[in-house]
Structures are given as structure tokens and as C-alpha cells.
Design a protein around this ligand. Structure first.
Ligand code: GCW
Length: 730
């Protein structure tokens, strides 16, 4: 259809007036590359980057590789930041050349840095520093492998985006964990389990014929923070993805991701040999079953070179598994590991297991099923453990399996999607949570054996290391629903690369990349981010309370949930509130789940006086008038925590108001509305929980806590109404 001239003109006027949505403000994530406003700084950068030199280019006839991806990103990024068009040459022709290459293919470049630097860059890292080459002053971006150059390019762009000085530039970095994965819980029908940012990015029906440019932008974002693998499908798996037609679709995605250093992985449904293979059994010790998987894996590698491997959820929440045949988790994992090993593939077998035989304490089940199997897994089988033993609660003590399976590489599974932390409605920056988990000391085999060091393999000297984050990404224009939830994708990647970074550093970095370097913007946003996780804990599950959310959707409060038949899905099972007190006794006098931890931890957390306040009710059932470290009675302390969560959200609303006019209207208005909603929903949590627990405590609210707006029944009814149609419900 020909557009009449007048409508185009009208559109131009509308655009100029800013009345159309400038949707790219959210889309570009932290890769914004906006012009450096300070002219003298821009001139300094422009003098430092005058052209791109690729002395050992590129394999003629090959499709885009990592070095070409690096060159393209630098060309686009520096054009945006500096307004310059960089040409690509094979040898530097003038000062200021950006010299890209690998030690393997360009030994003359390797000679420009020390052996020690090359070793430090290791497999995937980079060295960036000023050098003289071919008589010209250059900036060298060197990797041992191509992908290191790509990571270096992103690091250099980040450096410029952050307005860091060029003088003395010296960046050497390499990841501490080998496989840094996103786990998508995306179903083949397009719905994302516990995903709150629209539908799945993967358009299965269109693939492999239509390859959306968005897949490349996803890969760029992942590569920019060092994510090097993606499990495309839900752990609640569908065997169809292993059929030839779907493997072709997966291959199309893998082709886009490969230059960005990203391997594709799939979830393997354990019963696939029966469902799509026509076998009568999926028994892992049955020769026909083994053969089926061997053939299937060979087929996958034919279609998808560089395939990463499988992630498996077995014998948990209705998923099929080896126990149906009287076999154990190691039997199942090893059968798949054997099929994958000739190709360098791995299997990640999840330890998140629980079934209908609810043990006395669900907390103990993963440990009981897996710990005795230590030493029985193949070397390419990894046991993937959630950060805590229950389920991604706003705060959990670390999972007792960490440190207890020294002969098995353990992957840490974190949840980036905010299933229990306000989903895409609420600000909860997860950097501090991830950091708290990574830094937790297991005392196994000795003090200082943190989860980070167990996962990166340094404690038990494993040759393989994996970290996984359940993605918060969907097809919303801004990728994550809540604009500030992009920070959680970013923080996960940065910590997966280097678990020694602090969440404060990461929050500052992300904010500057995403909203610019003006301190009047950076300071308030960074503070909000850093306070937010604790604030959500305070107004939802303070002092170690857990699993008291509403049924199904898991968004709001539901301390009253008490359905017959499935105790460990009910709230009353977890908080155990009665006239005598509240909390789950996991010490010797209770479930003794504490016995699964090292003696040092047992001593610390076995006694309420030495248990940190933030885990108190996780491990102890205490009277309402128990005297807290603050000197206040427990009941008052609970109530004041709820109130303080609400108060904190209100301070963000004020802080956000100061940003009006300092960013695009789109993000400003969206976050403003979200914060108003969060303030409301925080009050709902506070009022509902305090009214509920007050039935047992029989005590008045302490001074400083606002009286509830509605009676308890109002909140009970409201939470049920949330469920139908809520994106995360299932
Ligand atoms: C994919 O299923 C999820 C389920 O939606 C979720 O509520 C729970 O957190 O954990 C399960 C798991 O991790 O397997």
C-alpha cells in the first residue's frame, strides 16, 4: 500500500514532537552506545581509536566468526559513542589502530605481551593494552582464542561507555567458571514457566525459516557479560524438541549464537525413548535405551555442531526419571553422560527433587537422595543444585549439598526470574542475593570453602565448572518486563564471569551503562538497587520466614494456605505459627535438617542466640515474646520488618521523582508506575501477614507500624483473584 504523503509528514511531526513511543530505550539494554557528550573526552577517545586492524583476518568464505563479531560490535559501538566511522585494515596505517587478534593465529601479536598475561587470559579471556606495532601506537585486544577477542571488545566498549580514562589502559581478565549458562524455562508452545516478560523469545513455529534479528541481539547481550551457554527449553521437558524437525530449528538458533561464543543446550526428557523413540522402556540400564540415546546424541551433533549437552530434571514434580525402573540418579545421569562424552558434551542433572512422599522436612530430601551418590557420577556429569534446599525463597540458607559431594562437580543454579520476589512488578536487584550465596562459607572441607570456590572447582580440583541462572527474559520489547530487572540478567553474567566482583560495583556499572554517567541519576538508582532485595525480604518473608506466598502464582501473601494432601506446598507447614510461637525447628529438637551441614554451621545455627536474625525462623520455632538481639520481642520485630519494607519502597518513589526529565519518558513513567504498584503490594504483604500471625500472637502492633487497611478475609479473597491468567501461574 502506498502511504499518502500527508500521513508520512504527520508521522514525522509526531516523531519530532516525541509523541510516539521511543521503544528502543528499553530494548538496547546496557549496550546503548550513546554519544559521549563531553567534547574533550570524546576527542581523546577518537584519537585513541582511529581504525580497526585485523592482521590475521578472517577465514575467507567462512560465515561470521567471533573476531568479525568483535569488529562489528566495535564499529557500531564506537560510531555511536564517538560519531566516527572506523575502517578495517589488515595492518595499522596510523596511530590509534585497534589491533585485534589471537595468540594462536597471530604470534607476532602474542609477542607484544608477557607470558604471564597470556596465561592469565586463559581459554576465554583477554589482554587489552597500548602497544607499538608496525611503528604505530595501537591498542591491542588479544585473546588466546577468538572468543577472547570478542569479550575484550565488549570490555573495551564498556570502558568507554563508563568514561574511563584511556591513559594507562590495561585490562586483563578471564572467567573463573567455565560454563556460564542461562536456563530458559521456555515451553514449545511459547509460554515461559515463571516468566513475566511476555512469551518465549524462541519462535518455534517460524524457525528455522524465519530467523529473527532479535536472536542476534540476545546473543550480543549475553556475550557482553560473558554468558557462554543457553539451555533453550524448560526443565519440565517436552521430548518433541529432540525430534529431527525441532533439531533443525535449534540448529538455526545455534548458528546465530556460535560467533558470540554461546553453545546451545537442551533439556532431555527422560522418557523420550518411549515418547518419541517407540521403545517400551526408558530404563537407563537397558541396552536398547542406551543405544537410542547414543544414536540421538550422534544425530544432534550432526545437526548442531558444538552442542553443549543436556539439562535434566528427573523424578521431581512429576517428571519421569530412572527411579521408575528401580535405578538411581547416577544411573540416569551416567547413561546420558556416556552418550555425550565422545563429543565433549556434558549432562547437568538437577538435585531439585521432591515427590509425593513428603519427608518430615522437605529441606532434607535433595541431600538425602544425592549425597550418598558422591563418587558415582561420570566426569562429564554435573549435579546442578539450587542455591537453597527449598526453592529460591527471597532468602535461604545455602544448600547443604555444597561441600558435601567433593567428588562430584556441582553447578550452582540461581534464579534470575523473580518467581518469589515480586516477578516483573517489583524492583528486587539480585546482585546482593547472588553475592551472599557465592560468598557463603560451607566449612567443607575447611573454613573459607565458599560456594564460589566449590563451584569454580578450586576447592576440590574439578576440571569442569558450571553456573546456571534461570532467565528472566521474554519477548517484551524491553526483554525483562520491569526495566530495572535488566540489571539482574547483567549481574548474573558479571558474577558468573568473576564471582569476586561486588554487587555494589555491578549496580554502579549497570546503572551508568543503562542510564548514563550523570551522578544525579546514578546515585539514586544505585541506592535503590542495592536496598531493594532486602526491602522485598522485609515486607514479604523477614527473619527467615519462608514459603508463605499465595498458591499457584506465588506473587502475593498466603500464610493461610493449608491444602489437604500436600503438606510441603502449604504455608502452615513452613511457618508453624501457633499460640506458642512461630518458625520451623530444624535443630535436633525438630527435623534436624541442620545435621546435613558442617559442624561449624550446626554450632552457629543450632542456637537461636548465634543464628543470624535473617535466618532465625528458618531454623527455630520461637515464642512470640522471644527477646531479639535488638532487645525487642519477636512479634514487634516481625511487625517492624514488614513496616520497614514498605517504608523503603516509599523512599524510592521520592528518589525516582527527582529523575523526571533526566531520562526518556518511556522508562521514567514505566518505573514510576511500577513503584506505585510495588508500594501498594508491599502494604498488602504487610497487612495480610500481620493480620494472619496476629491471630496467634494476640498482641497489638508496635508503635510505628501502620494499621491494616482491610480485614484478613479481604486479602485472602484478593490473592485468589490474582491467579487466573497471571503469566506465571500454572
Ligand atoms: C520448572 O518448574 C519449577 C516450578 O515452576 C517452580 O515453582 C519451582 O520453583 O521449581 C520448579 C523447578 O525448579 O523445577
Amino acid at each position: 500500500m502506498r502511504l499518502p504523503f500527508v500521513s508520512i509528514a504527520a508521522m514525522a511531526v509526531a516523531l519530532a514532537a516525541g509523541s510516539l513511543l521511543r521503544a528502543d530505550d528499553g530494548y538496547r539494554l546496557w549496550l546503548r552506545y550513546d554519544r559521549v557528550a563531553d567534547e574533550s573526552l570524546r576527542a581523546t577517545y577518537a584519537a585513541a581509536f582511529t581504525e580497526i586492524a585485523l592482521p590475521a583476518p578472517t577465514r575467507p568464505g567462512f560465515s561470521l566468526g567471533s573476531i568479525e563479531a568483535a569488529r562489528d560490535e566495535l564499529t557500531t559501538g564506537l560510531k555511536g559513542l564517538l560519531g566516527v566511522d572506523l575502517s578495517t585494515v589488515s595492518q595499522p596505517t596510523r596511530d590509534g589502530a585497534l589491533l585485534l587478534g589471537t595468540a594462536v593465529r597471530s604470534p607476532e601479536l602474542a609477542g607484544l605481551v608477557s607470558e604471564a598475561d597470556l596465561r592469565a587470559a586463559s581459554e576465554e579471556g583477554y589482554v587489552i593494552r597500548p602497544v607499538i606495532f608496525a611503528g604505530k601506537r595501537c591498542v591491542l585486544v588479544l585473546g588466546n582464542r577468538d572468543v577472547g577477542v570478542l569479550y575484550g571488545a565488549f570490555a573495551l566498549l564498556r570502558h568507554v561507555q563508563l568514561h574511563e580514562p584511556i591513559a594507562g589502559l590495561n585490562l586483563v581478565s578471564a572467567p573463573r567458571i567455565q560454563r556460564r549458562l542461562l536456563n530458559h524455562w521456555d515451553n514449545l508452545n511459547g509460554f515461559v514457566e515463571r516468566g513475566y516478560a511476555g512469551q518465549s523469545l524462541w519462535r518455534w513455529f517460524e524457525l528455522p525459516d524465519i530467523v529473527s534479528p532479535r536472536y542476534r541481539d540476545y546473543a550480543r547481550a549475553c556475550a557482553s557479560i560473558g554468558v557462554n551457554g543457553t539451555v533453550l527449553t524448560n526443565v519440565n521437558a517436552n521430548a518433541l524438541v529432540l525430534t529431527p524437525a525441532y533439531l533443525q530449528k535449534v540448529a538455526a538458533l545455534a548458528n546465530v549464537f556460535r560467533p558470540y561464543g554461546i553453545r546451545v543446550y537442551l533439556t532431555a526428557r527422560f522418557s523420550a525413548p518411549v515418547e518419541i523413540g517407540g521403545l517400551k522402556t526408558a530404563d537407563p540400564l537397558d541396552p536398547a535405551v542406551k543405544q537410542w540415546w547414543t544414536d540421538k546424541v550422534a544425530e544432534i551433533y550432526r545437526i548442531i555442531p558444538g552442542f553443549g549437552g543436556f539439562l535434566v530434571k528427573a523424578n521431581s514434580e512429576g517428571q519421569p526419571g530412572p527411579q521408575a525402573y528401580g535405578r538411581n540418579h547416577a544411573d540416569g545421569a551416567n547413561m546420558l553422560a556416556d552418550a555425550l562424552v565422545p563429543y565433549g558434551g556434558i549432562v547437568m542433572w538437577r538435585a531439585f527433587v521432591y515427590d509425593n512422599n513428603v519427608p518430615a522436612d522437605r529441606h532434607t530430601q535433595g541431600f538425602s537422595e544425592f549425597q550418598p551418590l558422591d563418587g558415582q557420577f561420570r566426569s562429564n556429569a554435573i549435579v546442578q543444585v539450587k542455591n537453597g534446599a527449598i526453592d529460591f525463597m527471597p532468602r535461604e540458607p545455602f544448600h547443604p549439598l555444597f561441600g558435601a559431594m567433593p567428588q562430584t562437580p556441582l553447578a550452582l543454579e540461581l534464579q534470575i526470574t523473580q518467581e518469589y520476589l515480586g516477578q516483573s512488578m517489583q524492583l528486587a536487584f539480585l546482585g546482593p542475593l547472588f553475592e551472599e550465596v557465592l560468598d557463603a562459607d560451607t566449612f567443607r572441607p575447611n573454613a573459607g570453602s565458599t560456594i564460589a570456590k566449590i563451584v569454580d572447582g578450586s576447592v576440590d580440583l574439578h576440571g569442569i565448572s558450571v553456573i546456571a541462572g534461570v532467565a528472566n527474559i521474554g519477548d517484551d520489547r524491553n526483554w525483562t518486563g520491569h526495566p530495572l530487572a535488566q540489571a539482574n540478567w547483567y549481574a548474573y553474567g558479571r558474577l558468573a564471569w568473576d564471582h569476586q566482583l561486588t554487587s555494589a560495583q555491578i549496580a554502579n556499572e549497570w546503572t551508568r551503562l543503562t542510564f548514563g554517567n550523570d551522578s544525579a541519576v546514578v546515585q539514586p538508582i544505585t541506592s535503590m538497587l542495592l536496598e531493594s532485595h532486602e526491602a522485598v525480604v522485609n515486607y514479604s518473608m523477614p527473619l527467615g520466614l519462608h514459603h508463605i506466598m499465595a498458591e499457584g502464582h506465588h506473587y502475593g501473601p498466603g500464610p493461610w494456605v493449608d491444602q489437604a494432601g500436600r503438606a510441603d506446598w502449604t504455608s502452615v507447614y513452613y511457618h508453624r505459627a501457633d499460640a506458642n510461637g512461630v518458625g520451623f525447628d530444624r535443630t535436633k529438637s525438630g527435623s534436624n535438617a541442620l545435621a546435613q551441614y558442617a559442624p561449624e554451621i550446626q554450632n552457629l545455627w543450632g542456637n537461636p542466640a548465634t543464628t543470624p536474625d535473617n535466618l532465625l525462623l528458618w531454623f527455630h520455632h520461637l515464642p512470640w515474646d522471644y527477646r531479639m538481639k535488638s532487645g525487642r520481642p519477636l512479634w514487634d520485630e516481625i511487625a517492624l520488618h514488614y513496616q520497614s519494607g514498605v517504608d523503603t519502597v516509599r523512599t524510592w518513589q521520592k528518589a525516582w521523582a527527582t529523575l523526571n526529565g533526566k531520562m526518556d519518558d518511556e522508562r521514567f513513567t514505566h518505573v514510576k508506575q511500577l513503584l506505585a504498584r510495588q508500594e501498594h503490594d508491599a502494604r498488602v504483604w504487610r497487612d495480610a501477614c500481620l493480620l494472619y500471625f496476629q491471630q496467634f500472637s494476640k498482641k497489638p502492633l508496635p508503635a510505628g507500624v501502620e494499621p491494616p487497611e482491610h480485614p484478613l478475609d479481604f486479602y485472602k479473597a484478593q490473592q485468589i483473584h490474582f491467579a487466573p491468567g497471571h503469566p506465571g501461574a500454572h
